[in-house]
Design a protein around this ligand. Structure first.
Ligand code: NCD
Ligand code: ZN
Ligand code: ZN
Ligand code: ZN
Length: 436
């Protein structure tokens, strides 16, 4: 056998332990994992001594913006950020301007992403005001339906029981998961930080979850809970997992940052759901690895301009870039002994692939897509100004981390090598990522 590329003599994780192996790639797939000396002949070899060879991250919660919000991010800057962050598959949220409520907008996004991509890009769609108007021609090209009860994509919609039942019915008919942002509509605009936290409280998160679960009884469709931020929500998910087909994600910022760490003068740490207490963060991290209440990590990469983030807290935009911080921050947990390798590979790679039903991704083994990141264990500091994302303001600014993604391979092609881009946009990566 002769192959296209051999990643030679790197550290891989086998049965939870670090072992030195070589990984062969042929025709966009992993052709096999080999002992030293038994590698097949290759057109190209990368010396991986001193590097980890890991499956690329699959980030199922990303806002790549573009269209009318390309000043915040576009498919090129966003997927460069992904590649530089060791993320080989991203799934783009539908709350763009315009939102993904029609086949036409979805097609515009696909077309732009195709020519600008550096990694695999999948898509979600929203649900129009009248559920009957949902364009089923979107289904082959989306991985899920996403709804925002606190800020509906379709104007004038109220998330009462009927509406939520309609959403579950559509998801059931389309055989896709229903994803939701667990929060309730605010009665008024907040006039202080305290009011902001009061409106987007843990109680609101739990109430929204219960409302959705109670409206789910008629349909088999799966509910995916986005960015769980409170200990109580994680507990509720665990309690109701058996009766309801349910999955959930958590972000690195909700696990590792707390509201009290920030001054909140501007929007640097403003996000929805808000950062919570250190107790919530610890419980969320425990729910991921010890209790299995939460299935995976997603970044909620939500880029905004520096002007939008540096405005006074109440006017500032919520959300921050995450594609270039997830791998360093989470692998630091592994290197400092707070997370096992097995948990890391599950929550960052294989679980996200199975939640969305994307085959052949998220595992470093023969036959899987060759979506791989090479990582060096090295101490460095996160600096927003170095991001490839257009969004440069991060609440992880200055944080010491122990892992650096140095090279990224997407569909067997080297995209990012020794911290620089080696091919142009639009050459590799699947757009859209589809279910089989
Ligand atoms: C997200 C955004 O900016 O699109 N903002 C955020 O604070 N998380 C929206 C969202 O994910 O709810
Ligand atoms: Zn959200
Ligand atoms: Zn809220
Ligand atoms: Zn989001």
């Amino acid at each position: 056998m002769s192959v296209d590329l051999v990643l030679r003599e790197g550290t891989i994780i086998q049965d939870g332990s670090e072992v030195i192996r070589s990984v062969a790639i042929k025709a966009n797939k992993i052709a096999g994992v080999f002992q030293l000396g038994s590698e097949p002949e290759a057109k190209e070899t990368i010396d991986c001594r001193g590097l980890y060879i890991l499956p690329g991250l699959i980030d199922i919660h990303v806002h790549l913006r573009d269209l009318e919000q390309s000043s915040k991010e576009d498919y090129e800057s966003g997927t460069m950020a992904a590649a530089a962050g060791g993320v080989t598959t991203v799934v783009d949220m539908p709350n763009s301007v315009p939102p993904v409520l029609t086949r036409q907008v979805l097609e515009d996004k696909i077309e732009r992403a195709l020519s600008k991509r550096f990694v695999n890009v999948g898509f979600y769609a929203g649900i129009p005001k009248k559920a009957e108007d949902f364009d089923v021609r979107m289904l082959p090209d989306i991985l899920g339906l996403k709804v925002y009860p606190h800020a509906p994509l379709a104007k004038g919609v109220k998330y009462n029981r009927n509406r939520i039942e309609d959403c579950f019915r559509l998801a059931d008919e389309g055989n896709v998961p229903l994803l939701f942002h667990p929060d309730l509509p605010a009665k008024e605009e907040p006039s202080s930080l305290e009011e902001f936290l009061q409106i987007h409280s843990c109680e609101a998160e739990a109430k929204a979850l219960n409302l959705f679960l109670d409206s789910k009884v008629k349909y088999e469709s799966r509910l995916h809970v986005c960015h769980v931020s409170c200990a109580g929500t994680a507990r509720a998910i665990l309690e109701r997992r058996a009766e309801a087909t349910l999955t959930a994600e958590v972000t690195p910022h909700h696990m590792f940052l707390a509201s009290g760490d920030f001054s909140h003068e501007d929007g640097t740490a403003k996000v929805l759901p808000p950062l919570r207490s250190p107790y919530d963060g610890q419980k969320l991290a425990g729910s991921l690895c010890l209790m299995c209440a939460i299935d995976c990590i997603a970044s909620d990469h939500a880029p905004h301009t520096s002007v939008e983030k540096q405005a006074p807290f109440l006017e500032a935009s919520s959300g921050f870039p995450g594609l270039e911080t997830t791998l360093p921050v989470v692998l630091t947990e592994v290197f400092e002994g707070r997370m096992s390798w097995v948990d890391y590979l599950r929550v960052c790679c294989s679980a996200p692939a199975s939640i969305l039903g994307i085959p052949n991704k998220g595992v470093l083994a023969k036959g899987y897509d060759a979506d791989i990141v090479l990582v060096r264990r090295e101490k460095w500091k996160i600096r927003g100004r170095d991001f490839h994302s257009k969004a440069k303001i991060t609440p992880f600014e200055g944080r010491d981390v122990l892992a650096r993604p140095v090279s990224t391979i997407v569909g067997g092609e080297i995209v990012f090598r020794d911290s620089g881009f080696v091919i142009g946009p639009g050459l590799t990566g699947r757009v859209p990522v589809r279910r089989p």
